[in-house]
Ligand binder design. Structure first.
Ligand SMILES: Cc1ncc(COP(=O)(O)O)c(C=O)c1O
Length: 387
């Protein structure tokens, strides 16, 4: 059974207002997600936000359970965060690495994660890529030894359709007994996720991308038997309440959360999560991949366009360059016609951009909501942009 795209679009306020090809930046929320957020904000305004928080506590427990289901995890392995970097940074800070400690990263690693590693003074080694641009498993196996303190991989990068062999990396990291952090910002909501098969100790995701949740939300998975390896950089009354014997961190992943959080946004995230689960991640992936390949086929015929996606299996993020054009100029020309796309400079993925000598790439990223007619309109508009 395929997805009912017409119905899903009708239930998405933005679907017919804008031609949105920036789902990798932030996707479009459904009307039901927006309604859940609005209803809770109204409840807070009318009955008090603390009291409203108590009223929806059980509901938020269910959101946590649904998030766990989405990732193949248990509810006590999930923390709510404010976004991908928020979760990744909290987990990384809690790992308490020391300056000079050795860390292995893939070439597609997210720039924010690299910034954390650099600022901690770590010895960062980039694992070479194979002929397809994926992390080389042979090279990784050769580099892993008992001096390595962390393997960090971005599953699907911000600058192209590459999908890294995340589970194979997990098998190698586990065999070597090295902690494995997986940045799944561009994967969750688009690919089926099973943290057991991935073998990761930490996985992070934002709510706003393929999951179609609101901005300012995110998920942090920390494997149960890894939680005690982490010492949160800071705690508060929620994560480590003070008892008779002093502050005791909670016994589950909530120890990585803050006391204060946006209940309305989390309820909205819950609606989006539930929808993804109900649609089925296999079906979502098939629809997204089909749209992305249809877009790549169209772009291949546009004069001056060069596709910049690496990998074998490719995500919904289609990267390309247009001869003689800057990303800002193309983005603005399309925005003037009601078309959203993104573009990245070096900072998001510096290792890969440098390795390929790229200054920037344009990003047209699809969703299962995307239609063939939208792809045609986008490509026609792109053809009209002159140098
Ligand atoms: C691969 C990857 N990691 C991390 C991030 C940062 O996510 P956030 O803005 O939620 O911190 C992004 C955002 O585009 C991303 O693509």
């Amino acid at each position: 059974m395929t997805l009912d795209i017409a119905r899903l679009r009708a239930e998405t306020p933005g679907a017919d207002r804008i031609l949105h090809l920036n789902h990798a930046g932030s996707s479009l929320m459904s009307a039901a997600t927006v309604a859940a957020i609005e209803a809770h904000l109204r409840r807070e305004a009318e009955f008090g936000s603390m009291e409203s928080g108590v009223a929806v506590a059980a509901h938020l427990d269910q959101v946590r359970a649904d998030a766990a289901e989405l990732l193949g995890a248990a509810a006590d392995e999930i923390a709510f965060t404010g976004g991908n970097s928020d979760g990744w940074g909290r987990a990384f800070a809690a790992l308490r690495l020391k300056p000079g400690d050795r860390v292995l990263v893939g070439r597609s690693e997210w720039g924010g994660n690299l910034a954390c590693l650099q600022r901690a003074g770590l010895a960062i080694e980039t694992v070479p890529a194979d002929a397809e641009g994926r992390i080389s498993l042979d090279a990784l196996a050769g580099l892993l030894d008992d001096r390595v303190r962390l393997v960090a991989l971005t599953w699907a990068p911000a600058n192209g359709g590459l999908i890294q062999p995340a589970a194979a990396v997990g098998r190698l990291a586990r065999a070597a007994g090295v902690p494995y952090f997986l940045d799944a910002a561009q994967a969750v909501g688009q690919l089926p996720v099973d943290v057991a098969a991935l073998g990761c100790d930490v996985l992070t995701a934002p709510g706003r991308k393929a999951l179609r949740g609101p901005r300012g939300t995110g998920l942090l998975f920390v494997r149960r038997d890894f939680q005690d390896r982490l010492e949160p950089a800071f705690v508060d009354t929620h994560s480590a309440p003070i008892g008779p014997g002093g502050a005791v961190p909670l016994s589950d992943a909530r120890r990585f959360e803050s006391a204060e959080g946006p209940a309305a946004l989390r309820l909205g995230l819950g609606v989006a999560l539930r929808q993804a689960l109900d649609l089925g991640l296999d079906r979502i992936r098939a629809a997204v991949f089909a749209n992305a390949e249809a877009l790549r086929a169209r772009l291949a015929d546009v004069p001056g366009v060069r596709l910049q996606d690496l990998g074998v299996e490719r995500s919904g993020l289609v990267a390309f360059t247009l001869a003689g054009q800057t990303g800002a100029r193309v983005q603005a020309a399309l925005a003037a016609q009601g078309i959203n796309i993104g573009f990245n400079g070096r900072a998001y993925t510096p290792l890969d951009m440098d390795a390929r000598g790229l200054g920037e790439v344009l990003r047209a990223s699809v969703s299962y909501l995307t239609t063939e007619a939208e792809l045609d309109r986008f490509v026609a508009a792109l053809r009209q942009i002159d140098g």
